[in-house]
Design a protein around this ligand. Structure first.
Ligand SMILES: [Zn+2]
Length: 199
């Protein structure tokens, strides 16, 4: 970079390691932080630290929560017999924002990725099977991304859940191949769930 002091370059590097922030934005944010008052910077740091400390994974669905179990799992108005399986918490947020879905979730925290050596054991797949094995589940909707990793993850889960004789569906219709769930708009996402197909 343009002969900035090392400390500032370091800050820019850390900020640009965050998702969705390119070098130019990172530079702007770094310079903005440096222009902030000490108390505001402290508030920002404390908020990040406290959020990180208080937020953990829901032991049922692995969504993020600051309570014992997440608001969705704790909500009696949701349909607990339908589980929507997503790769990441941001996918859950996207589906929640679309407002159509009223079941519960299961967050895998990734997808099977042979290229990067991410295997089923690295994901919350075993926990999903345990949930289904407990009974009272009518349907599992697999909402992994419509790409290679998402598709092989869906097939793998389907194979594991087959013995439980529940309905297994896949959202795909309406989602163009390659569109990641968290980038799809609410209408497209609602349609993709509504028109899910049994697999
Ligand atoms: Zn939960």
């Amino acid at each position: 970079m343009n002969n900035l002091p090392n400390k500032i370059e370091e800050l820019i590097k850390v900020i640009s390691s965050l998702p969705g922030i390119g070098p130019k934005s990172a530079e702007r944010i770094a310079l903005y932080i440096l222009s902030m008052s000490d108390s505001k910077v402290q508030k920002l740091v404390e908020t990040i630290q406290n959020t990180k400390k208080d937020v953990h994974l829901c032991p049922i669905c692995f969504n993020l929560t600051d309570k014992e179990i997440c608001d969705i799992c704790a909500n009696p108005a949701r349909d607990h017999s339908v589980i929507c399986v997503v790769e990441e918490v941001r996918d859950l947020f996207a589906i929640e924002k679309s407002g159509y879905y009223n079941g519960v979730y299961h967050v895998l925290h990734g997808s099977i990725d042979p290229m990067n050596h991410i295997s089923p054991e690295d994901l919350k797949i075993k926990e999903l099977v345990e949930r289904v094995a407990k009974g009272n589940i009518k349907e599992v909707i697999i909402a992994t991304n419509p790409n290679f990793n998402g598709d092989i993850t869906a097939l793998y889960i389907k194979k594991l859940l087959k013995p439980y004789r529940i309905k297994i569906t896949r959202i795909a219709t309406g989602l163009p191949k390659g569109t990641e769930i968290d980038f799809a708009d609410s209408v497209t996402l609602s349609m993709a769930i509504k028109e899910r197909k049994e697999i």
